[in-house]
Write a protein that binds this ligand. Structure first.
Ligand code: ZN
Length: 478
């Protein structure tokens, strides 16, 4: 009797999660101020709008992992939308695990590439629904709202550069679910057009603005329906993004550059070249990983071996390339990493959750010296040009698939030319603040006011739903 009373009076804690892929906090703020996003404005007025950091590389797919698992891409060994595994490649070249591009038919392998022992919110929250996100492990087809007709719809959007029908159909599928007699605990809905319009037009193109408005309309209609149903008051509604973007004026092909430098390179889609001396994997397209193959053994290289096999002259030439903002690589000692730009380099250390940044020949990130904890280094860097740089570089190099050297492009440049159709006019993937900072809006007040990472969303949702906490790299906000 008491138990029945308890169940009837414990309102169900549902979560609606809207991912505006590629939404920038400043563009969102501008459109709110112009009165173009009335329903998002209402959420902000009643709840919270803060700016959070995403992960590095700041790229679609890997940057969904923090929301869904509470972990970063390096920790989960999926360090890019494309990656390369030197050990597997050197073992036998035509090997499914040697390299990956999730931009195409291999996208389906994302689910099995993820570590089996790291559960997603879909596996933890009861009746969970997905719209358009590619991480669908253990999501039954009938809970994958966008799946039916997705390939054709996406292909049309891509080739005709008409993206909005995808988001409009996504909204219709959400409404169909809500109006059916099915209940839900968790809905993860991706609205992809802000990202696509920003890539193929501009971050402030009229079509991009319209994509924000489509999401706003959807929120308005969904909210009105749930209010009428009496469910809204117990819903946690969250809206965020996986990265920002910046306009791109110049393409620089990192793979071609290495080939010109005498290190014949393979990169997607040209992965069949014989006797390659290097491999290059690009994400976003402002992030690149370099994997040197011109050496004996199958190990990832640290500082001394990089100087030997890339060579001092090539390293210098790479740093002087206009498109390159900075590079990073492992030091010769464990838990030591270098970041270097044309001015010089600094050392990053990590020891039992204590992070350090120590200028050596220069201060490429202009941080001065930092020696602090996991959350404190986020506070110390979130206002800088490289938000959360220390934790992000350390997590990325946990994965050997991140390569020997990673390259972060200067804003305005990307690292992949020629193969891209349609041409990219916007990019992301780098550690620059314009790519790393994302809006985080939720219909609650009074939660932690501290600096936040998108990885904090995972434990926050579990706590909201009264689920058992799971060890992860995020910290609950509530
Ligand atoms: Zn994205």
């Amino acid at each position: 009797m008491i138990l029945t009373y308890f169940i009837l009076n414990t309102s169900k804690k549902r979560v609606l999660f809207y991912l505006l892929d590629g939404a920038r906090p400043d563009v969102l703020t501008q459109l709110i101020a112009e009165g173009r996003l009335p329903h998002i404005k209402q959420l902000v007025d009643e709840g919270t709008f803060k700016i959070a950091t995403t992960c590095f590389p700041s790229t679609t797919g890997p940057a969904y992992l923090p929301f869904l698992t509470g972990h970063f891409p390096g920790t989960l060994n999926i360090p890019g939308i494309r990656w390369f595994d030197k050990k597997e490649f050197k073992r036998t070249r035509w090997n499914k695990m040697a390299m990956r591009s999730y931009c195409g038919p291999e996208a389906g392998w994302f689910n099995t590439d993820m570590p089996a022992n790291k559960p997603t919110l879909f596996e933890l929250t009861g009746s969970a629904y997905n719209l358009y996100n590619m991480i669908t492990r253990n999501v039954p087809d009938e809970h994958d709202l966008g799946k039916k007709g997705k390939n054709l719809l996406y292909t049309r959007a891509h080739f005709f550069k008409r993206h909005h029908p995808v988001d409009l159909q996504g909204h219709e599928r959400i409404m169909e679910l809500l109006k059916s007699n099915k209940d839900f605990d968790f809905l993860f809905a991706v609205f992809p057009s802000v990202d696509w319009d920003s890539h193929y037009h501009d971050i402030r193109d009229a079509q991009t603005f319209e994509a924000y408005e489509i999401a706003d309309n959807s929120i308005g209609e969904v909210r009105a329906y749930l209010e009428q149903k009496g469910w809204w008051k117990d819903i946690l509604f969250m809206l965020t993004s996986d990265h920002g973007l910046t306009p791109t004026h110049t393409h620089f092909d990192l793979g071609d550059w290495l080939t010109d430098q005498g290190l014949k390179s393979i990169s997607y889609p040209v992965i069949w070249r014989s006797n390659p001396k290097s491999a290059v994997m690009i994400s976003g397209n402002s992030f690149g990983s370099i994997h040197l193959l011109n050496h004996k053994g199958d190990q990832v290289l640290a500082q001394k071996e990089i100087l030997k096999y890339l060579g001092v002259e090539r390293l210098k030439a790479l740093l002087e390339t206009e498109a390159v903002d900075f590079i990073a690589y492992r030091g010769d000692n464990p838990f030591e990493y270098y970041v270097e730009n044309r001015r010089g380099r600094a050392l990053i250390t990590c020891n039992n959750n204590q992070y350090g940044y120590w200028p050596v020949s220069a201060d490429p990130f202009d941080f001065g010296i930092i020696a602090d904890g996991y959350m404190e280094t986020l506070e110390a860097t979130i206002q800088s040009n490289y938000p959360d740089a220390l934790v992000q570089i350390v997590q990325l190099f946990r994965s050997n698939r991140a390569g020997d050297i990673i390259v972060s492009a200067r804003n305005g440049y990307d690292l992949r030319d020629f193969w891209e159709y349609p041409e990219h006019k916007g990019s992301h993937g780098s550690l620059s603040k314009e790519h790393m900072l994302v809006p985080l809006i939720y219909n609650q007040k009074g939660w932690a006011g501290r600096a936040s990472r998108t990885a904090d969303i995972f434990p926050t949702i579990l706590k909201w739903m009264n689920k058992t906490a799971i060890a992860c790299e995020g910290v609950a906000l509530n």
